[in-house]
Ligand binder design. Sequence first.
Ligand code: PLP
Length: 345
Amino acid sequence: MRTKSGSKKTATVRPSSVKAAEPRPNGAGKARREVARDHPTLHFFHKSEAVVAGEAPIIYVNGRMLPKSQAMVSVFDHGLLYGDGVFEGIRVYKGKVFKCGQHMERLWRSAEALRLSVPISRDEMVQVMRDCITANGLVDGYIRLLVTRGAGTLGLDPRKCPVAGVVCIADQIALYPKELYDKGMKIIVAGRPRTPIECLDPRIKSLNYLNNILAKVEAIDEGCHEAIMLNTDGYVSECTGDNIFVIRDGHVYTPPTEAGILEGITRRFVIDLCAEHGVPCTMRMMRPEEVKSANEVFLTGSAAEIIAVTQIDDIRIGSGAEGPVTRRLREAFRAVVTSDEVPED
Ligand SMILES: Cc1ncc(COP(=O)(O)O)c(C=O)c1O
């Protein structure tokens, strides 16, 4: 469409919840142009323009698709002030949202636990993710979805935050260096225990990750990337950003929910893979000594996927390399996520 002056104008048909970004007054947005794409309702910057302008990824923030430099939330958002909010980390494989249904289920459960009302429906949330995938031309990548308490006053009271915020970032993630996926990784047992369930249930995937961050700092101090967190009774719960699996005599074990864990979606998927492949798998409370004396140990998570642990503190695990059961499960996992049937349920 052309205006009288001959300048190009894009037709704008927007859903009430999604607005295109405003042009920036300083002209820095000149390299950008709103592009009407094949999406019927959403207008956004063309991916290549965002890349050229160093503005990728294009991010959904409270109803708008914004280039990276403009993707911001209020400093009064209680997500920032208090870590009051929930989130999901989700993999995209072959353009599909891996285990989308389970992530939506967990996001809503986490929000309900905080009495946080998600401002859009589940279908709209899924559409937001798909819009971000399209806007960024993502084929394989990672989505970070946040629901924050929203902007309020300088006090804890969530009732002062009338509207929750929603942010969706579709990008790439490399949780651990690539070479560790081949040779396995060293981890430690953190001295700091996991927040007890009765204080803050780790099943709630909240924006407050300080307990995990402090354990991660312990790991970094020891020259590694991960730490096993014990619960206050001294049982293994999980790592700072992953669930843990242990293999002994061909049998797979993982801590149960009561150990104080996030019920990982990759963990669930691996438990199901074990059943499919005839590998016995049991949820069981474990002491750190049992983990250290196992034949194999591996971690699972949306960001981490599946990665072998080959050393815990100064103890070598098994042969010191990725073991056969871990490899089998990792290959089975890769076969699914590279197939034409990436599950979105
Ligand atoms: C503390 C913690 N445990 C476990 C996981 C793994 O969960 P999922 O497989 O759903 O990504 C995560 C992932 O973010 C996590 O933060």
